[in-house]
Ligand binder design. Sequence first.
Ligand SMILES: NC(=O)c1ccc[n+]([C@@H]2O[C@H](COP(=O)([O-])OP(=O)(O)OC[C@H]3O[C@@H](n4cnc5c(N)ncnc54)[C@H](O)[C@@H]3O)[C@@H](O)[C@H]2O)c1
Length: 421
Amino acid sequence: MGYVGLPLALLFSEQKFRVTGFDVDTRKVEALNSGRSYIVRILPEDIQKARQAGFRATSDYAEIEQMDAVIICVPTPLDQYHQPDLSYIEQTAQAIAPHVHPGQLIVLESTTYPGTTEEILVPILEKGNPAGLRVIRKEGDAGFHVAFSPEREDPGNETVSRHDIPKVIGGIEPAATAMASALYGSIFKRTVPVSTPATAEMTKLLENIYRCVNIALVNELKQLCQRMNIDIFEVIDAAKTKPFGYQAFYPGPGLGGHCIPIDPFYLSWKAKQFDFRTRFIELAGEVNSNMPYYVIEKTAEALNKHKKCLNGSKVLVLGVAYKRDIDDLRESPSLTVIELLRKSGAEVSYNDPYFPTVGHGRHYDLNMTNTPLEEIGKFDAVVIVTDHTSYDYPRIVKEAKIVVDTRNATKGIAASNIVHC
Ligand SMILES: NC(=O)c1ccc[n+]([C@@H]2O[C@H](COP(=O)([O-])OP(=O)(O)OC[C@H]3O[C@@H](n4cnc5c(N)ncnc54)[C@H](O)[C@@H]3O)[C@@H](O)[C@H]2O)c1
Protein backbone atom coordinates (compact mmCIF):
# COMPACT_ATOMS: atom_id res chain seq x y z
CA MET A 1 0.00 0.00 0.00
CA GLY A 2 2.79 2.40 -0.93
CA TYR A 3 3.08 4.95 -3.72
CA VAL A 4 2.37 2.25 -6.33
CA GLY A 5 0.04 -0.18 -4.55
CA LEU A 6 -2.42 2.26 -3.03
CA PRO A 7 -3.32 4.19 -6.23
CA LEU A 8 -3.63 0.87 -8.05
CA ALA A 9 -5.96 -0.49 -5.37
CA LEU A 10 -8.12 2.64 -5.72
CA LEU A 11 -8.29 2.26 -9.51
CA PHE A 12 -9.54 -1.33 -9.15
CA SER A 13 -11.99 -0.26 -6.46
CA GLU A 14 -13.41 2.41 -8.80
CA GLN A 15 -14.17 -0.40 -11.25
CA LYS A 16 -16.15 -2.27 -8.55
CA PHE A 17 -13.52 -4.89 -7.77
CA ARG A 18 -13.52 -6.05 -4.16
CA VAL A 19 -10.05 -4.88 -3.17
CA THR A 20 -8.06 -5.76 -0.07
CA GLY A 21 -4.86 -3.82 0.59
CA PHE A 22 -2.11 -5.81 2.30
CA ASP A 23 0.73 -4.08 4.12
CA VAL A 24 3.12 -5.05 6.91
CA ASP A 25 3.04 -1.42 8.08
CA THR A 26 0.12 -1.46 10.52
CA ARG A 27 0.02 2.36 10.64
CA LYS A 28 -0.85 2.38 6.94
CA VAL A 29 -3.47 -0.33 7.46
CA GLU A 30 -5.06 1.65 10.30
CA ALA A 31 -4.97 4.90 8.31
CA LEU A 32 -6.68 3.31 5.31
CA ASN A 33 -9.33 1.59 7.41
CA SER A 34 -10.20 4.89 9.04
CA GLY A 35 -10.39 6.64 5.66
CA ARG A 36 -7.15 8.62 6.06
CA SER A 37 -4.47 9.16 3.42
CA TYR A 38 -0.70 9.29 3.98
CA ILE A 39 0.18 10.28 0.41
CA VAL A 40 -0.39 13.95 -0.40
CA ARG A 41 -1.74 13.44 -3.92
CA ILE A 42 -4.30 10.87 -2.73
CA LEU A 43 -7.25 12.57 -1.11
CA PRO A 44 -8.89 11.11 2.01
CA GLU A 45 -12.20 11.38 0.08
CA ASP A 46 -10.84 8.91 -2.49
CA ILE A 47 -10.07 6.41 0.25
CA GLN A 48 -13.43 6.95 1.91
CA LYS A 49 -15.17 6.43 -1.43
CA ALA A 50 -13.24 3.19 -1.91
CA ARG A 51 -14.09 2.13 1.65
CA GLN A 52 -17.79 2.55 0.83
CA ALA A 53 -17.25 0.34 -2.21
CA GLY A 54 -15.80 -2.37 0.04
CA PHE A 55 -12.06 -1.56 0.04
CA ARG A 56 -10.27 -2.47 3.27
CA ALA A 57 -6.70 -2.99 4.41
CA THR A 58 -5.11 -5.75 6.46
CA SER A 59 -1.78 -7.19 7.61
CA ASP A 60 -3.20 -10.69 7.83
CA TYR A 61 -1.71 -12.79 5.06
CA ALA A 62 -4.16 -15.63 5.68
CA GLU A 63 -6.66 -13.51 3.74
CA ILE A 64 -4.58 -14.04 0.58
CA GLU A 65 -6.44 -17.33 0.30
CA GLN A 66 -9.67 -15.50 -0.52
CA MET A 67 -8.14 -13.43 -3.32
CA ASP A 68 -8.50 -14.27 -7.03
CA ALA A 69 -5.50 -12.14 -7.90
CA VAL A 70 -2.56 -10.85 -5.86
CA ILE A 71 -0.46 -7.92 -7.08
CA ILE A 72 2.90 -7.36 -5.37
CA CYS A 73 4.14 -3.75 -5.22
CA VAL A 74 6.88 -3.86 -2.57
CA PRO A 75 10.14 -1.87 -2.52
CA THR A 76 13.21 -2.92 -4.51
CA PRO A 77 16.05 -0.75 -3.18
CA LEU A 78 19.82 -1.12 -3.43
CA ASP A 79 21.82 -2.25 -0.41
CA GLN A 80 24.79 -0.33 1.00
CA TYR A 81 27.07 -1.94 -1.62
CA HIS A 82 24.79 -0.77 -4.45
CA GLN A 83 23.52 -4.29 -5.07
CA PRO A 84 19.85 -5.28 -5.54
CA ASP A 85 18.04 -5.82 -2.26
CA LEU A 86 15.28 -8.32 -3.04
CA SER A 87 14.48 -9.01 0.60
CA TYR A 88 11.03 -7.34 0.35
CA ILE A 89 10.05 -9.50 -2.63
CA GLU A 90 11.38 -12.59 -0.87
CA GLN A 91 9.57 -11.86 2.39
CA THR A 92 6.34 -11.13 0.56
CA ALA A 93 6.61 -14.33 -1.48
CA GLN A 94 7.27 -16.34 1.70
CA ALA A 95 4.23 -14.78 3.38
CA ILE A 96 1.98 -15.39 0.37
CA ALA A 97 3.16 -18.94 -0.45
CA PRO A 98 1.21 -20.88 2.21
CA HIS A 99 -2.05 -19.25 1.06
CA VAL A 100 -1.80 -19.62 -2.72
CA HIS A 101 -4.68 -21.59 -4.23
CA PRO A 102 -5.26 -23.27 -7.61
CA GLY A 103 -6.11 -20.88 -10.42
CA GLN A 104 -4.94 -17.82 -8.47
CA LEU A 105 -3.03 -15.12 -10.35
CA ILE A 106 0.10 -13.63 -8.75
CA VAL A 107 1.58 -10.56 -10.45
CA LEU A 108 4.84 -8.85 -9.51
CA GLU A 109 4.96 -5.10 -10.23
CA SER A 110 8.13 -4.11 -8.37
CA THR A 111 10.92 -2.91 -10.67
CA THR A 112 13.70 -5.48 -10.80
CA TYR A 113 16.29 -7.20 -13.00
CA PRO A 114 15.24 -9.67 -15.73
CA GLY A 115 14.87 -13.12 -14.22
CA THR A 116 13.49 -12.13 -10.80
CA THR A 117 10.00 -13.51 -11.41
CA GLU A 118 11.22 -16.90 -12.61
CA GLU A 119 14.34 -17.24 -10.46
CA ILE A 120 13.25 -15.70 -7.15
CA LEU A 121 9.45 -15.31 -6.92
CA VAL A 122 8.29 -18.60 -8.43
CA PRO A 123 10.67 -20.92 -6.49
CA ILE A 124 9.68 -19.32 -3.15
CA LEU A 125 5.97 -19.60 -3.97
CA GLU A 126 6.37 -23.23 -4.98
CA LYS A 127 8.57 -24.22 -2.04
CA GLY A 128 6.43 -22.51 0.60
CA ASN A 129 3.15 -24.01 -0.51
CA PRO A 130 2.10 -26.89 1.79
CA ALA A 131 -0.20 -28.37 -0.86
CA GLY A 132 2.75 -28.64 -3.26
CA LEU A 133 1.08 -26.36 -5.81
CA ARG A 134 3.21 -25.44 -8.82
CA VAL A 135 3.14 -22.51 -11.19
CA ILE A 136 1.30 -23.29 -14.44
CA ARG A 137 3.97 -23.59 -17.15
CA LYS A 138 1.89 -25.08 -19.96
CA GLU A 139 -1.73 -25.67 -20.91
CA GLY A 140 -3.28 -28.45 -18.85
CA ASP A 141 -1.04 -27.95 -15.78
CA ALA A 142 -2.76 -27.56 -12.43
CA GLY A 143 -1.54 -24.81 -10.12
CA PHE A 144 -1.40 -21.03 -10.06
CA HIS A 145 -0.56 -18.33 -12.63
CA VAL A 146 2.36 -15.91 -12.38
CA ALA A 147 3.12 -12.78 -14.41
CA PHE A 148 5.27 -9.67 -14.25
CA SER A 149 3.82 -6.27 -15.10
CA PRO A 150 5.88 -3.15 -14.42
CA GLU A 151 4.47 0.00 -12.89
CA ARG A 152 5.13 2.95 -15.23
CA GLU A 153 3.69 5.82 -13.24
CA ASP A 154 5.25 9.29 -13.34
CA PRO A 155 4.50 10.81 -9.90
CA GLY A 156 3.30 14.38 -10.08
CA ASN A 157 2.61 14.23 -13.82
CA GLU A 158 -0.92 15.56 -14.25
CA THR A 159 -0.86 15.47 -18.05
CA VAL A 160 -1.11 11.68 -18.45
CA SER A 161 -3.85 9.83 -16.60
CA ARG A 162 -3.03 6.42 -15.12
CA HIS A 163 -5.67 4.80 -17.36
CA ASP A 164 -3.82 6.05 -20.46
CA ILE A 165 -0.47 4.47 -19.58
CA PRO A 166 -0.31 1.17 -21.52
CA LYS A 167 0.33 -1.81 -19.23
CA VAL A 168 3.10 -4.19 -20.30
CA ILE A 169 2.44 -7.78 -19.18
CA GLY A 170 4.58 -10.89 -19.42
CA GLY A 171 3.20 -14.15 -18.01
CA ILE A 172 5.05 -17.40 -17.39
CA GLU A 173 2.82 -18.87 -20.12
CA PRO A 174 0.11 -17.44 -22.42
CA ALA A 175 -2.81 -18.11 -20.06
CA ALA A 176 -1.13 -16.09 -17.28
CA THR A 177 -0.56 -13.21 -19.73
CA ALA A 178 -4.16 -13.43 -20.90
CA MET A 179 -5.52 -13.53 -17.34
CA ALA A 180 -3.39 -10.58 -16.20
CA SER A 181 -4.35 -8.68 -19.38
CA ALA A 182 -8.03 -9.25 -18.65
CA LEU A 183 -7.56 -7.97 -15.10
CA TYR A 184 -5.51 -4.88 -16.00
CA GLY A 185 -7.61 -4.29 -19.11
CA SER A 186 -10.46 -3.30 -16.80
CA ILE A 187 -8.52 -0.24 -15.57
CA PHE A 188 -5.94 0.49 -18.29
CA LYS A 189 -7.05 1.47 -21.78
CA ARG A 190 -4.36 -0.64 -23.41
CA THR A 191 -2.42 -3.73 -22.38
CA VAL A 192 0.81 -4.76 -24.11
CA PRO A 193 1.40 -8.49 -23.84
CA VAL A 194 5.01 -9.67 -24.17
CA SER A 195 6.35 -13.19 -24.41
CA THR A 196 8.00 -13.67 -20.99
CA PRO A 197 8.23 -12.07 -17.53
CA ALA A 198 11.93 -11.32 -18.26
CA THR A 199 10.93 -9.32 -21.35
CA ALA A 200 8.53 -7.26 -19.24
CA GLU A 201 11.19 -6.81 -16.53
CA MET A 202 13.73 -5.66 -19.13
CA THR A 203 11.21 -3.30 -20.76
CA LYS A 204 10.86 -1.34 -17.54
CA LEU A 205 14.63 -1.17 -17.11
CA LEU A 206 15.16 0.00 -20.70
CA GLU A 207 12.72 2.85 -20.10
CA ASN A 208 14.42 4.00 -16.92
CA ILE A 209 17.98 3.51 -18.21
CA TYR A 210 17.07 5.57 -21.28
CA ARG A 211 16.00 8.35 -18.93
CA CYS A 212 19.03 8.03 -16.66
CA VAL A 213 21.52 8.09 -19.56
CA ASN A 214 19.87 11.07 -21.25
CA ILE A 215 19.73 13.04 -18.01
CA ALA A 216 23.46 12.33 -17.55
CA LEU A 217 24.08 13.59 -21.09
CA VAL A 218 22.40 16.94 -20.45
CA ASN A 219 24.01 17.21 -17.02
CA GLU A 220 27.42 16.88 -18.67
CA LEU A 221 26.53 19.31 -21.46
CA LYS A 222 25.24 21.78 -18.88
CA GLN A 223 28.67 21.90 -17.26
CA LEU A 224 30.33 22.44 -20.63
CA CYS A 225 27.78 25.10 -21.61
CA GLN A 226 28.46 26.99 -18.40
CA ARG A 227 32.16 27.13 -19.23
CA MET A 228 31.28 28.29 -22.76
CA ASN A 229 28.79 30.85 -21.44
CA ILE A 230 25.86 29.24 -23.26
CA ASP A 231 22.46 28.75 -21.60
CA ILE A 232 21.76 24.98 -21.78
CA PHE A 233 18.05 25.52 -21.13
CA GLU A 234 17.80 27.86 -24.13
CA VAL A 235 19.64 25.22 -26.19
CA ILE A 236 17.20 22.49 -25.10
CA ASP A 237 14.19 24.70 -25.83
CA ALA A 238 15.51 25.31 -29.33
CA ALA A 239 16.46 21.64 -29.90
CA LYS A 240 13.05 20.38 -28.89
CA THR A 241 11.40 22.25 -31.74
CA LYS A 242 12.75 19.46 -33.97
CA PRO A 243 9.68 17.35 -34.76
CA PHE A 244 11.56 14.02 -34.88
CA GLY A 245 14.60 12.27 -33.44
CA TYR A 246 14.95 14.37 -30.29
CA GLN A 247 13.33 14.19 -26.88
CA ALA A 248 14.01 16.88 -24.30
CA PHE A 249 15.64 15.95 -20.99
CA TYR A 250 16.63 18.55 -18.44
CA PRO A 251 19.71 18.93 -16.27
CA GLY A 252 19.43 19.28 -12.51
CA PRO A 253 21.15 18.82 -9.15
CA GLY A 254 21.32 15.02 -9.49
CA LEU A 255 18.93 12.12 -9.70
CA GLY A 256 16.30 11.34 -7.11
CA GLY A 257 13.38 9.07 -6.42
CA HIS A 258 12.94 5.37 -5.99
CA CYS A 259 13.43 4.54 -9.68
CA ILE A 260 15.92 6.36 -11.91
CA PRO A 261 18.93 6.39 -9.52
CA ILE A 262 18.37 2.75 -8.56
CA ASP A 263 16.85 0.61 -11.31
CA PRO A 264 19.76 0.82 -13.80
CA PHE A 265 22.04 -0.77 -11.20
CA TYR A 266 19.73 -3.77 -10.95
CA LEU A 267 20.66 -4.49 -14.55
CA SER A 268 24.39 -3.74 -14.26
CA TRP A 269 24.52 -6.17 -11.30
CA LYS A 270 22.71 -8.90 -13.23
CA ALA A 271 24.84 -8.29 -16.34
CA LYS A 272 27.95 -9.43 -14.44
CA GLN A 273 26.48 -12.93 -14.32
CA PHE A 274 26.80 -12.88 -18.12
CA ASP A 275 30.38 -11.46 -18.17
CA PHE A 276 28.97 -8.19 -19.43
CA ARG A 277 29.73 -4.60 -18.39
CA THR A 278 26.96 -2.07 -18.87
CA ARG A 279 29.21 0.93 -19.55
CA PHE A 280 26.47 3.44 -20.36
CA ILE A 281 24.83 2.76 -17.00
CA GLU A 282 28.10 3.15 -15.09
CA LEU A 283 29.04 6.35 -16.90
CA ALA A 284 25.58 7.87 -16.44
CA GLY A 285 25.73 6.94 -12.75
CA GLU A 286 29.09 8.65 -12.42
CA VAL A 287 27.95 11.89 -14.07
CA ASN A 288 24.61 12.03 -12.26
CA SER A 289 25.95 11.21 -8.80
CA ASN A 290 28.56 13.94 -9.21
CA MET A 291 25.91 16.65 -9.71
CA PRO A 292 25.34 17.47 -6.01
CA TYR A 293 29.13 18.03 -5.71
CA TYR A 294 28.90 20.39 -8.68
CA VAL A 295 26.12 22.31 -6.89
CA ILE A 296 28.37 22.72 -3.85
CA GLU A 297 31.23 23.94 -6.06
CA LYS A 298 28.97 26.54 -7.68
CA THR A 299 27.58 27.66 -4.30
CA ALA A 300 31.13 28.09 -2.97
CA GLU A 301 32.07 30.09 -6.10
CA ALA A 302 29.00 32.32 -5.67
CA LEU A 303 29.84 33.00 -2.01
CA ASN A 304 33.46 33.61 -2.94
CA LYS A 305 32.39 36.46 -5.22
CA HIS A 306 30.87 38.07 -2.11
CA LYS A 307 34.11 37.46 -0.17
CA LYS A 308 32.52 34.67 1.83
CA CYS A 309 33.29 31.01 2.14
CA LEU A 310 31.02 28.02 2.71
CA ASN A 311 32.46 27.46 6.17
CA GLY A 312 30.28 29.50 8.51
CA SER A 313 27.85 30.74 5.84
CA LYS A 314 24.11 30.40 6.36
CA VAL A 315 22.62 28.47 3.44
CA LEU A 316 18.93 27.77 2.76
CA VAL A 317 18.16 24.74 0.60
CA LEU A 318 14.88 25.34 -1.21
CA GLY A 319 12.97 22.11 -1.80
CA VAL A 320 13.96 18.73 -0.42
CA ALA A 321 11.52 16.48 -2.33
CA TYR A 322 13.29 14.65 -5.14
CA LYS A 323 11.21 16.47 -7.72
CA ARG A 324 8.70 19.27 -7.99
CA ASP A 325 5.29 19.12 -6.29
CA ILE A 326 5.59 15.69 -4.69
CA ASP A 327 5.97 14.55 -1.09
CA ASP A 328 8.68 11.96 -1.73
CA LEU A 329 12.16 12.32 -0.29
CA ARG A 330 13.65 9.04 -1.44
CA GLU A 331 17.17 9.35 -2.88
CA SER A 332 16.62 13.11 -3.12
CA PRO A 333 19.73 15.01 -4.27
CA SER A 334 18.76 17.66 -1.69
CA LEU A 335 19.79 15.30 1.07
CA THR A 336 23.25 14.94 -0.46
CA VAL A 337 23.48 18.70 -1.00
CA ILE A 338 22.56 19.32 2.65
CA GLU A 339 25.10 16.77 3.89
CA LEU A 340 27.87 18.18 1.68
CA LEU A 341 27.10 21.75 2.75
CA ARG A 342 27.25 20.72 6.39
CA LYS A 343 30.52 18.92 5.78
CA SER A 344 31.95 22.15 4.42
CA GLY A 345 30.99 23.92 7.63
CA ALA A 346 27.90 25.75 6.32
CA GLU A 347 24.95 26.36 8.64
CA VAL A 348 22.18 24.68 6.64
CA SER A 349 18.41 25.15 6.78
CA TYR A 350 15.74 24.03 4.36
CA ASN A 351 12.26 24.97 3.21
CA ASP A 352 9.77 22.59 1.63
CA PRO A 353 5.97 22.90 1.80
CA TYR A 354 5.68 19.09 1.76
CA PHE A 355 8.05 18.37 4.66
CA PRO A 356 7.56 20.01 8.09
CA THR A 357 10.56 17.99 9.30
CA VAL A 358 13.38 16.00 7.74
CA GLY A 359 14.73 13.08 9.75
CA HIS A 360 17.24 10.77 8.16
CA GLY A 361 19.43 12.06 5.34
CA ARG A 362 21.50 9.91 2.96
CA HIS A 363 24.03 8.87 5.59
CA TYR A 364 22.97 10.18 9.00
CA ASP A 365 20.13 11.83 10.92
CA LEU A 366 19.65 15.42 9.83
CA ASN A 367 16.95 16.28 12.37
CA MET A 368 15.81 19.44 10.66
CA THR A 369 12.60 21.46 10.77
CA ASN A 370 11.15 23.57 7.99
CA THR A 371 12.32 27.21 7.90
CA PRO A 372 9.63 29.74 6.92
CA LEU A 373 10.32 31.64 3.71
CA GLU A 374 9.87 34.97 5.52
CA GLU A 375 13.38 34.47 6.90
CA ILE A 376 15.01 34.23 3.48
CA GLY A 377 16.91 37.52 3.84
CA LYS A 378 18.99 36.24 6.73
CA PHE A 379 20.75 33.60 4.59
CA ASP A 380 24.02 34.17 2.76
CA ALA A 381 22.82 31.94 -0.07
CA VAL A 382 19.63 30.21 -1.18
CA VAL A 383 20.07 27.05 -3.26
CA ILE A 384 17.04 26.03 -5.33
CA VAL A 385 17.23 22.24 -5.48
CA THR A 386 13.54 21.42 -6.04
CA ASP A 387 11.45 23.83 -8.08
CA HIS A 388 8.03 23.45 -6.45
CA THR A 389 5.42 25.45 -8.37
CA SER A 390 4.07 27.05 -5.18
CA TYR A 391 7.26 29.09 -4.70
CA ASP A 392 7.12 32.79 -5.53
CA TYR A 393 10.44 32.95 -7.41
CA PRO A 394 10.48 36.72 -8.16
CA ARG A 395 10.02 37.35 -4.44
CA ILE A 396 12.69 34.81 -3.49
CA VAL A 397 15.17 36.46 -5.88
CA LYS A 398 14.25 39.91 -4.54
CA GLU A 399 14.76 38.96 -0.90
CA ALA A 400 17.74 36.58 -1.12
CA LYS A 401 21.36 37.72 -1.18
CA ILE A 402 22.47 34.97 -3.58
CA VAL A 403 20.26 32.47 -5.44
CA VAL A 404 21.92 29.33 -6.79
CA ASP A 405 19.40 27.93 -9.26
CA THR A 406 19.88 24.26 -10.23
CA ARG A 407 16.53 23.95 -12.04
CA ASN A 408 16.13 27.08 -14.16
CA ALA A 409 13.28 28.00 -11.81
CA THR A 410 14.17 31.69 -12.11
CA LYS A 411 13.89 31.65 -15.91
CA GLY A 412 12.97 35.09 -17.20
CA ILE A 413 13.95 36.91 -14.01
CA ALA A 414 16.82 39.31 -14.64
CA ALA A 415 18.85 39.81 -11.45
CA SER A 416 22.56 39.90 -10.70
CA ASN A 417 22.23 37.72 -7.57
CA ILE A 418 21.17 34.61 -9.57
CA VAL A 419 23.78 31.97 -10.28
CA HIS A 420 22.65 29.30 -12.76
CA CYS A 421 24.05 25.92 -11.95
N1 LIG B 1 6.94 5.24 -6.64
C1 LIG B 1 6.95 5.23 -7.95
O1 LIG B 1 6.67 6.22 -8.58
C2 LIG B 1 7.28 3.97 -8.74
C3 LIG B 1 7.09 3.99 -10.14
C4 LIG B 1 7.35 2.84 -10.87
C5 LIG B 1 7.80 1.70 -10.22
N2 LIG B 1 7.98 1.69 -8.87
C6 LIG B 1 8.40 0.45 -8.24
O2 LIG B 1 7.31 -0.10 -7.51
C7 LIG B 1 7.77 -0.76 -6.33
C8 LIG B 1 7.09 -0.19 -5.11
O3 LIG B 1 7.46 1.17 -4.99
P1 LIG B 1 6.68 2.18 -4.05
O4 LIG B 1 7.15 3.54 -4.46
O5 LIG B 1 5.23 1.91 -4.05
O6 LIG B 1 7.29 1.80 -2.63
P2 LIG B 1 6.71 2.20 -1.19
O7 LIG B 1 7.85 2.10 -0.25
O8 LIG B 1 5.95 3.48 -1.28
O9 LIG B 1 5.64 1.07 -0.88
C9 LIG B 1 5.95 -0.23 -0.62
C10 LIG B 1 4.99 -0.74 0.43
O10 LIG B 1 5.25 -2.13 0.62
C11 LIG B 1 5.08 -2.41 2.00
N3 LIG B 1 5.73 -3.68 2.29
C12 LIG B 1 7.03 -3.95 2.48
N4 LIG B 1 7.21 -5.26 2.70
C13 LIG B 1 5.99 -5.84 2.63
C14 LIG B 1 5.52 -7.15 2.76
N5 LIG B 1 6.34 -8.15 3.02
N6 LIG B 1 4.18 -7.36 2.64
C15 LIG B 1 3.34 -6.33 2.39
N7 LIG B 1 3.73 -5.08 2.25
C16 LIG B 1 5.04 -4.82 2.37
C17 LIG B 1 5.68 -1.20 2.69
O11 LIG B 1 5.23 -1.10 4.02
C18 LIG B 1 5.17 -0.08 1.80
O12 LIG B 1 3.91 0.40 2.22
C19 LIG B 1 9.29 -0.61 -6.35
O13 LIG B 1 9.87 -1.72 -6.95
C20 LIG B 1 9.50 0.60 -7.22
O14 LIG B 1 10.77 0.59 -7.84
C21 LIG B 1 7.71 2.79 -8.13
